[in-house]
Design a protein around this ligand. Structure first.
Ligand SMILES: Nc1nc2c(ncn2[C@@H]2O[C@H](COP(=O)(O)OP(=O)(O)OP(=O)(O)O)[C@@H](O)[C@H]2O)c(=O)[nH]1
Ligand SMILES: [Zn+2]
Length: 341
């Protein structure tokens, strides 16, 4: 089944570098066997808010233990904390270890920061929020999110909002060959279906400004505004914008909102990472010349001898599947044609 392409990640496939904290400890280090497990729910310059045992009602503010050096610790990370873990005002715990990650999302480098950075760890799914109108859907953005999911080890879920304004048909058709889970919403209808997809799981949300992401978050997490204010003021009482924040769903699970994150870093993604999500093409790809980008001839033009076309002419895959695969390959290569559609 094609839908398994997106679900079949073995966690060991994800190229995730464990944090330094998960290295075997040297004898001289304290063993911290009494450390509590916690999930990072917000980050604010040198202070991490962590939900002890994943309980949203028991959060502590923590600093990073010196022995971790500059190990990145991001929202969604599973960590071990020691010290005062009561969570009482004015207390500060210490993160002594970061567990190995099961998935990751990196944001793109920007003008102020030349490095791609992990923004969310361990999310099981990425909810790609796109409006059907006002603003018009940006299919290139969806493609780039799909590639980020594929290489980061997340299950993509396409969420099409504002269905009261436009028919979802054309967007659905464009992604039909990928057999993605899709949920269509509108502000005047209930969100049971979305709720079911999210409850009990950790899901990152991404979307451009104006697509209705906040509207959804507020409906799913009734006190979301309040909580965002709370966590963005962690530690030092400063109100700064946060890169991501985890909000607890009323019946279990978390939404990780990523305000300001509009696209994901794909510079590290290789063509074979993408081809591997399309098993019917994997064997043919081995026959391509070294360095083949698998884009084929035609408009993109770079790889006229690509062997992937033979899979379609041989009848083992549809032309639509190859088109979808090549669209993802193209979306990786910097230019984002769909961004302006
Ligand atoms: N017609 C229609 N409008 C909607 C729907 N959902 C949200 N909107 C409107 O779309 C506008 C943007 O919604 P927001 O939820 O603020 O969008 P956002 O994606 O969070 O945007 P930012 O806050 O800029 O990041 C608001 O005026 C909403 O009232 C919907 O289902 N249908
Ligand atoms: Zn090729």
């Amino acid at each position: 089944m094609r839908s398994t392409d997106w679900h079949g990640f073995d966690e060991s496939d994800v190229r995730v570098r464990p944090g330094k904290g998960s290295r075997p400890r040297s004898k001289r280090r304290p063993d911290h066997s009494d450390a509590a497990r916690a999930m990072v729910v917000a980050v604010d310059r040198g202070r991490w808010t962590c939900a002890v045992d994943g309980d949203p009602r028991h959060t502590v503010t923590a600093m990073r233990a010196k022995e971790l050096g500059r190990t990145p610790i991001v929202v969604g990370d599973q960590v071990r904390v020691v010290g005062d873990t009561s969570g009482r005002p004015g207390t500060l715990a210490r993160i002594v270890r970061v567990d190995e990650r099961s998935s990751l999302l990196r944001r793109t480098a920007d003008d102020t920061d030349p490095y791609e950075r992990v923004v969310v760890a361990n999310a099981e799914q990425l909810l790609i929020v796109t409006a059907l109108a006002d603003p018009a859907p940006r299919t290139g953005f969806i493609d780039r999110c799909l590639v980020a999911c594929l290489t980061g080890g997340l299950r993509p879920v396409l969420c099409l909002t504002k269905a009261d304004l436009a028919d979802p048909g054309p967007v659905l058709e464009r992604f039909a060959e990928l057999d993605l889970p899709v949920v269509v919403t509108r502000h005047d209808a209930d969100i049971t279906e979305l709720d079911e997809i999210l409850t009990g799981r950790v899901s990152a949300f991404v979307g451009h400004s104006g697509v209705g992401k906040s509207t959804l978050v507020n409906r799913l997490v009734p006190d979301a505004d309040l909580r965002t204010g709370e966590v963005s003021a962690v530690g030092k009482g400063r109100h700064v914008s946060v890169t991501a924040v985890a909000l607890p769903l009323p019946h279990g699970g978390w939404i990780i909102d990523t305000p300001g994150v509009r696209s994901f870093g794909l510079a590290h993604v290789t063509p074979s990472d993408i081809v591997s999500a399309f098993p019917e093409f994997a064997e043919a790809a081995e026959e391509c010349k070294p360095g083949c980008g698998h884009l084929g001839g035609g408009v993109s033009g770079d790889d006229p001898d690509c062997a992937l076309d033979s899979v379609v002419t041989g009848g083992a895959a549809t032309a639509g599947r190859l088109t979808s695969l090549r669209r993802l390959l193209l979306s990786r290569s910097g230019a984002d044609p769909g961004e302006h559609e």
